[in-house]
Write a protein that binds this ligand. Structure first.
Ligand SMILES: [Zn+2]
Length: 74
């Protein structure tokens, strides 16, 4: 999606905007993010661009366990 191609329908009609959709909160605090939308099929993605907030997730996973590391399962 970040490279301009929709992963669902493969068109290149992908647009992005900061804070386009509803507020994103992480652990109760608003974070910076960017929304990508495909104007053909309506698929959208949200990327958190707040490095501080992202950096806290692995720490919380280790200390609190509220976040969990995703692992590949077959
Ligand atoms: Zn699409």
């Amino acid at each position: 999606m970040k490279h301009g191609t929709c992963p669902k329908c493969n068109t290149t009609n992908v647009y992005f905007k900061e804070y386009a959709l509803d507020k994103v909160t992480l652990d109760g605090k608003g974070v910076k993010y960017v929304n990508y939308v495909c104007t053909d099929c309506g698929y959208f993605e949200t990327y958190i661009t707040d490095e501080d907030a992202l950096g806290k997730i692995p720490v919380r996973a280790e200390k609190l366990g509220d976040w969990k590391k995703s692992t590949i399962t077959t």
